[in-house]
Write a protein that binds this ligand. Sequence first.
Ligand SMILES: Cc1ncc(COP(=O)(O)O)c(C=O)c1O
Length: 393
Amino acid sequence: MQRAAIANRMRDLGGDVVTNMFTVLDKADIISFAGGVPSPYALPVEQLQVLADEILATAGRQVLQYSTIDGYGPLREWIAQWVADRGIQATRDNVLVLSGGQQGIDLSAKVFLNPGDNVLLERPTYLAAITIFKAYEVGFRPVASDEQGIIPESLEEAILKYKPKMLYVVPTFQNPTGVTIPAERRKAIAEIAGKYGVIVVEDDPYALLRYDGDPIPSIASYDTAGVVIHVNSFSKIVSPGLRVGYAVAAPQIKDLLTQAKQTADFHTSNLSQRMIYEFCTRGMLEPHLATVRETYKAKRDAALRAMEKYFPEGVHWTHPDGGLFVWVTLPEHIDTGKLMATAAEHKVAFIPGTPFYFDDTGKNTMRINFSNADFEMLDEGLARLGDVIREAM
Ligand SMILES: Cc1ncc(COP(=O)(O)O)c(C=O)c1O
């Protein structure tokens, strides 16, 4: 096929990093820190099996039929109550059930962005969000952040300079850095965005995977102007394969997202929605989350200990209070893209940092996922990675 035949929006998406990542994950003999996936042992298989059987037995003819676009009413109702824990005031009219949080980013872009519109992003940021925004042919503009995430003064400056339509932000245990934005900054972000009418896509799938410290209200909780779209997901806390996420937004925005969803997939799988609903309302979510948090906390600690033990001097990394990732910065002269090949020879994998930057920088950075490998593999894999880094120093 001629390259010219491909639509502009599909050129240079850079999605091959994600594809390659899953290819690496499939190779049994490689210890992979590349994915962002839950541990296979953190998936509540038995409980969901019982629920699926029961749902098909009692409501099979409903769940196997088409349904409403915005989702299963009782699930929307439950989500509206549940997000009060994050400080968000909502009713079911604010809630749209999504096929994963990924769809929330995509629909937000579809509803609000024309080609050439500017979007503000952190550097680095979630790589698959960059891919989505590329497909909408937008302008990528940076907003400065530090070890506490987006700096509010820089946000205002960037808004005045670039006149963006949208800010995309992962506020809690960010993918890829693990950084969390504190409450005062969240409030300031909501106020500044509200003042200038900039839509904020608050993508927050890791907020409930907290291992230390107290929960922080979401950016949406400070939104008085109705500009924040809180996008979230059951992927990291129950199962990514069920593909259930949700957006909470002002009713008018929720309705626009619903219209956009109609052309994407009509609605999220009824069976998946019901399974999530029953899982949450029968008191299975909290005990499950408690176990998952305990396991991941121990894995994070094991990963940080191993990095301390095996990584050479001159290498720096984040110490996240939750989530799934540690972000590693190597000396400037080391290109982690090139380091991948050596790492593969040592049977260890990570994601190089550059795909998390929309401007092709971050060559000396990498993302380490600590949730997927078991404890022995964590130690062994990070020892191997330490050797690989030392060789390159
Ligand atoms: C920051 C962030 N947003 C969104 C997603 C998409 O997740 P899902 O579509 O499974 O909810 C991910 C998955 O890794 C993520 O890390």
